[in-house]
Write a new protein. Structure first.
Length: 74
């Protein structure tokens, strides 16, 4: 999904309700988290089950955008 709302900026800087700039579906977020952790990735939020019924983790890219990698919590 794309949006146009003026000058580009991370969602959380514009809207209180906007947690992420991208949701990337991951079949096995646990495995992906370990792979990223072993590679030295810094996490905005570590792997967890959140209150929205999702399991995953967040990273921030070099431009400040928040990316969520995960799936519905089974």
């Amino acid at each position: 999904m794309l949006k146009s709302s003026g000058k580009p900026a991370p969602n959380y800087t514009r809207y209180d309700w906007a947690r992420w700039d991208a949701f990337i579906s991951a079949d096995d977020p646990d495995l992906l988290f370990e792979e990223y952790r072993n590679a030295g990735v810094n996490f905005r939020q570590p792997l967890m089950n959140d209150n929205d019924g999702l399991r995953g983790f967040e990273v921030t890219d070099t431009d400040g955008y928040v990316l969520f990698f995960g799936r519905p919590n089974l």
